[in-house]
Every structure is written in C-alpha cells, then in structure tokens.
Design a protein around this ligand. Structure first.
Ligand SMILES: Cc1cc2nc3c(=O)[nH]c(=O)nc-3n(C[C@H](O)[C@H](O)[C@H](O)COP(=O)(O)OP(=O)(O)OC[C@H]3O[C@@H](n4cnc5c(N)ncnc54)[C@H](O)[C@@H]3O)c2cc1C
Length: 489
C-alpha cells in the first residue's frame, strides 16, 4: 500500500497499518480522482490551503474534456472551446483575465442560437443554394414563438414530456406554425442547434427542465489560444499521477482508501471524486460500502449526451467570411453546421460538430471515414471545396475516460439530481460538471464545483480534528478582475 502523505493523523488516531509508511507533519490529506477542470480546481484549492494533495488521472494527459491539440502547429480544442458568459461574474474570468488569454465573442446575450448571433451564419440547402438571410431571421422568430408555445404546454401538463412531444402538441394546436419546404428545413436546423446545445436529441430532453440552467451575461467567447493554458496554470506544482485509473474507493474510519488499476492503494483523510458522470454510470469504479440509493439514482437518472468535433485543416480559405456554415435538411438529424475558426484565429480551419444520434453514428466510423463524412457535408454546400490537409476527430461517447460529452436533463427526472450528485457521502466529496445545479455541462460549472468540493472537504476534515482555524479557506480569494480581452473581427 502506498501512502503519499506526510500527516500524523493516522498515528494520532491509531489507524496506522503495518504497510503504511510512517507519517510526519500535520497536514490533512486528500486524494483527488480525475484531472479535468473540476479535479484540478479542487486539488489547487486544497494544496493552497496547505493540504497534502495527490491527484490521480487515468489518462496520460491532464484536462479531461478540455483537450487542446497542437499537432496542426497551432492550438485547436477537441473538447470545450467557449467561455459561456463573458463577464466578471464568471468564476473563471479572474484567471483568464490574469493570463491575458484573448476571447473572440461569437454572440451577445439571449440569442436564440445560444452561442451565436443570427447575422454570423450562412445557411445552405443540400444543393448548395444559400438560404436568404431574411428567411433565416424570420424562421428564427417563428422558432422562438414555438418555444413560447411549448411553455404553455409545460404549464398545462403535470407530467413531464420530451421537447419533441411538446413540439408535436404545439403543431397540432397551431397548424399555422407548421412550416413547409425550405422554411421547414430551416426550422429543423434551429432544432438541430438546440439539440447540439444539450448534446442530445429532442425526444430525450426534458420539457420541464430544459431551460433551467443559468446563462451568465456577456454572451459567449471562444478561447482563441485554446483552454489548455488555464489547465496548465491551475496544475502548476501539484502532485499529479498520470496513468492512474482508479478502480475502487473504500471509506472507513475517517479515511479513504483508493485503489488504482495496477493494484496500488493510497490512503487519505478524504477523497474528491471528479470523474465524468459517464464513468460513474459505467460502474467501473467500485465503491465500498456501496453509495446510498439516492446517490446511485442521481447517477443513473441524469442524462449524458454526445457532441463531437471533426476538425478539418485546409490549405486555404475557400468559404464565406461568416462564423458558422449551416446545412439545412428535412430532419434535424440531417442538418449540421461548421464553426469557422478562421474568423477567430486566422487559421484555415472548419470544425464540424455533430451531436446526439448523429454523433453516436459517426463514432462508429474510423477517423478517416468520419473526416470524409464531414467533408462530404461541406461539399454539398460548397461543391468546389478542396480536401483538407489534416484532420482530428474526437470520440467523447466511447472514450472510456469520459463516456459522454456533458450532462442534460432527461425526461421525467427532477432538476435537483445535479445537487444530489454533488452532496458528499461521509468523507467522499463529488465534483464535476454534472454536479453543478446552475452551470451544468460547462467548464466554469466544473470549476465552481471543484472549488465547492474543496471547501466542503476542508471544513469537514478540519472540523473533525478541531483545527478549523489553522488553515486558510479555499474560497473568498481576491477576485480583483483584470479585464477580459475580447474581440470580434
Ligand atoms: C465536444 C465538447 C465541447 C464542449 N464545449 C464546451 C464549451 O465550449 N464551453 C464549456 O464551458 N463547456 C464545454 N464542454 C463541456 C466541458 O468540457 C465540461 O463540462 C468540463 O470540461 C468537464 O470538466 P470535469 O472536470 O467535470 O470533467 P472532465 O474534464 O471529463 O475530467 C474528468 C477526468 O477524470 C478522468 N478519469 C476518468 N475516469 C477515471 C478514473 N477511473 N480514475 C482516474 N481518473 C479518471 C478523466 O480522464 C478526466 O481527465 C464541452 C464538452 C465537449 C465534450
């Protein structure tokens, strides 16, 4: 058994086992499991509060669903790339500001397209004809009216239903909102964008809860240099063990024993579990004693969706100078879109972003076939498109370190499941985007839950030994904000 900590707690408590290395000093100890934003934030905060912290990460890299790749010779994000809420209230704003990382704002507040404004789009049909901008704007307004009508459906029915079911009821009641021809296809494209936001199809998303998340003000900003510098900064100086996949967590007598795939066991006063919800669902980590039923129910009932990125690097730019290129089709499944990174970064790169069932289907393909699929979509709207010179393909749905892209509200399940997933069990604390009630599915949500778990853990461990006043709180640090650097070219 490997005990990484120099603490005399176990000796004082008479918990010393023969093969635990002798402990010196008095710092309380914590094992953080998972090196994504939540785990790193928690580890940083507790390290800074003088705890002995070891972070165990299954992959050979840090960042989790933040994954900036540099193989093109410049940074591109295969996972998160936007700061949702470009404002000083965003918990990540002080750090991003201090690092001087530039942001490219893709939308203001309250866009029907979430992270994009309407005027930054060019939509095309499958024959390569551009949809007139007035029609795109008009259907956007209709889509908003339709969503308002689904609110009425929500108020009338006590039972929850899917967004798709609610849309069907709206169309039955108000046939004038049912569109045809090109207008119908554009409407499907709006639905496709909504599905992309949740990484799930409309037949899986809860009507009751879909709009319960809190959107911070300030619109949405792309991290022009990628998210990785934020991770690297937070991780500086921490004791991080890469390639350490946790398989078992045992809680007993005010301590936690954590076993790694290679059989090694580490012991600490507490542990913070910051692995993705998809990993918890897969039951690849064995908890002893088993987690309470309410916690297991939260794990099984919160939805996990899939969104992927297929990043195409071209020799030259041959597409229109807009932020997004959209493909409209008969069904939302057939619709798709490309983010034009050239606008934000000056690089000739398009990012194809399938979500929901389409993302699942594409994950069954080889990387080459997936890149070709994305390119074929592009060819439909821009027949003269030249082939990419390089590509990258993410596989967030099948990667055993993630097993899903981010969480969403499933039909018939209460929104407070996120809080139930967060609530500690004994000396086990939980963090990660799926434990955030307010900012589910986001980087700043993951960061906040890491900080929260760290503070809960600090209080619990120190209260137990009456030493609360000896260590600094992890929250309440000086949040003096260096202004965010925002551009829109
Ligand atoms: C394609 C995509 C696009 C996104 N876009 C945005 C965006 O633009 N803006 C935004 O705010 N959010 C976005 N998100 C969501 C955001 O990336 C996540 O909410 C956030 O990064 C999650 O952080 P986390 O710490 O909760 O989990 P993760 O980052 O997944 O970290 C969990 C860590 O646990 C590790 N782990 C797993 N199993 C084990 C184990 N058994 N033992 C040890 N370690 C283990 C994993 O390897 C991982 O490093 C996007 C996500 C995806 C997939």
């Amino acid at each position: 058994m490997d005990s990484p900590f120099k603490s005399n707690h176990q000796l004082r408590r008479g918990l010393c086992c023969a093969n635990v290395e002798k402990q010196q000093g008095r710092s309380p100890s914590v094992i953080v499991i998972g090196g994504g934003m939540a785990g790193i934030a928690a580890a940083r905060a507790l390290h800074d509060a003088s705890f002995q912290v070891v972070l165990l990460e299954s992959r050979e890299r840090l960042g989790g669903r933040i994954h900036t790749d540099y193989s093109f010779g410049f940074p591109v994000d295969l996972g998160a790339s936007w700061l949702h809420g470009v404002c000083k209230e965003n918990p990540l704003a002080p750090l991003i500001g201090k690092l001087g990382l530039p942001l490219y704002r893709t939308s203001e507040d309250n866009s029907v397209l979430y992270d994009h404004d309407l005027e930054s789009y060019a939509l095309f049909d499958m024959d390569g004809n551009q949809v007139p901008q007035e029609l795109v704007a008009k259907i956007g307004e209709t889509f908003e009216v339709i969503l308002e009508e689904t609110n009425k459906v929500r108020d009338e029915f006590s039972e929850d239903m899917s967004i798709l079911r609610a849309l069907k009821i709206v169309f039955e009641r108000k046939p004038e909102l049912r569109l045809e021809g090109l207008s119908h296809k554009v409407l499907q494209w709006y639905l496709c964008r909504l599905e992309g936001w949740f990484a799930a199809d409309a037949d899986a998303i809860s009507l009751k809860c879909w709009d319960q998340e809190v959107l911070l003000p300030g619109g949405h900003g792309l991290m022009v240099r990628g998210y990785q510098p934020v991770i690297n900064t937070l991780a500086k100086g921490l004791d991080i063990r890469l390639g350490h996949r946790v398989t078992k967590i045992v809680r007993q007598h005010n301590e936690v024993k954590v076993t790694v795939e290679n059989g090694k066991t580490l012991v600490a006063d507490a542990a913070i579990v910051a692995v993705p919800l998809g990993v918890l669902k897969s039951k690849s980590i064995h908890f002893e004693p088993k987690l309470p039923d309410w916690k297991e129910a939260a794990i099984s009932d919160i939805g996990v969706g899939i969104e992927n990125k297929i990043i195409l690097h071209f020799k030259n730019v041959f597409w229109p100078n807009v932020e997004f290129l959209g493909v409209v089709a008969e069904t939302s499944y057939g619709c798709s879109y490309f983010l034009n990174l050239h606008k934000a970064t000056g690089r000739p790169v398009l990012v194809y972003m399938p979500a929901g069932q389409l993302a699942k289907d594409i994950e069954k393909m080889s990387d080459e076939a997936a890149a070709n699929f994305a390119f074929m979509q592009l060819k439909k709207i821009l027949p003269d498109a030249s082939s990419p010179i390089q590509y990258l393909v993410s596989r967030w749905g099948t990667d055993i370190n993630t097993l899903g892209s981010y969480s969403y509200d499933a039909v018939g399940k209460p929104h407070d499941l996120y809080e139930r997933l967060r609530v500690p069990v004994d000396n086990l604390f939980f963090a990660g985007e799926a434990t955030s009630m307010l900012y589910t599915g986001s980087v700043h949500g993951a960061f906040s839950t890491g900080m929260m778990a760290a503070e809960d853990c600090r209080m619990r461990v120190l209260e137990r030994y009456g030493e609360l006043d000896l260590f600094q709180p992890v929250l309440g640090e000086d949040a003096s904000v260096i202004p965010l650097q925002i551009s829109r070219l």
